[in-house]
Write a protein that binds this ligand. Structure first.
Ligand code: SAM
Length: 229
């Protein structure tokens, strides 16, 4: 090795030795952020992850609009609001409430909706899916994308979604496929969750996006209509 290469190597090793603890702390924080999907902030998630998923949101928005072209939609774990904006643009007769546990995500989503001139039909609130700050039987449709695997108590989340849906209303919960997010447990776990929830059952289907990649699953739930007396 040349003298210059030795000097570079010594400089790199010295820097690693000096900043080892700092680098370990950064890696630990980064791992925690990835786990919480904060990555490491709402802004970075929005720019790096959500922006790459626009095609997926377009597909979800069309599916929801086809199923329910008007009425009140709740989005749970609404993140930076990209789906909310798409959905309400595509379906001008809908209003949408987004609930997310992160203040930073809610702020970002509200700014996005305001920028798109949709503030009158779209609002965001900070809240936990396990204790939704919403009235009973308020919504025609509930949608959620890539959030369920973060919920500390998914069973409680489904019970809350059932509570806020109108009788006959539908919930569509999209999440990462099992092979992408092992702790989510894949389709079987979702079906079991649905069976144990007030919905009583749910349909799980593989969602292929992008192209034919089976990257997501959809859990479809319907609140039973009330029996006529
Ligand atoms: C991976 S991001 C997905 C955001 C957005 N739905 C999307 O598809 O880009 C997960 C979102 O779920 C939110 N979240 C996590 N746990 C939650 C909970 N218990 N209640 C409500 N939102 C939650 C996070 O704050 C985050 O915004």
């Amino acid at each position: 090795m040349s003298r210059r290469s030795w000097l570079v190597l010594i400089a790199v090793l010295s820097a690693v030795a000096l900043y080892r603890d700092r680098m370990r702390a950064i890696l630990k924080q980064t791992y925690a952020n990835i786990h919480a999907f904060d990555l490491p902030s709402a802004g970075v998630y929005d720019a790096l992850v959500a922006s790459a998923l626009e095609g997926f949101y377009a597909r979800v928005a069309s599916e929801i609009t086809a199923a329910n072209p008007s009425g009140k939609v709740l989005e749970v774990g609404s993140g930076p609001g990209r789906l909310a904006v798409r959905l309400t643009r595509e379906a001008p007769a809908t209003t949408l409430t987004g609930v997310d546990i992160s203040d930073a995500m809610v702020e970002r989503a509200a700014r996005r909706a305001a920028g798109a001139g949709l503030s009158e039909r779209v609002r965001f609130e900070v809240g936990d899916v396990g204790a939704l700050p919403l009235a009973d039987q308020e919504f025609d449709e509930v949608v959620s994308t890539l959030s369920l695997h973060h919920w500390s108590d998914p069973a409680r989340g489904l019970a809350e979604i059932h509570r806020v849906l109108k009788p006959g209303g539908e919930a569509r919960i999209y999440d990462l496929a099992h092979w992408l997010w092992l702790p989510a447990g894949g389709g079987n776990r979702l079906a079991q969750l649905a069976a144990a929830s007030p919905f009583g059952e749910g349909e799980v289907e593989v969602v292929r996006w992008p192209g034919s990649v089976p990257a997501f699953v959809l859990l479809r739930l319907r609140r039973a209509r009330e029996a006529r007396s």
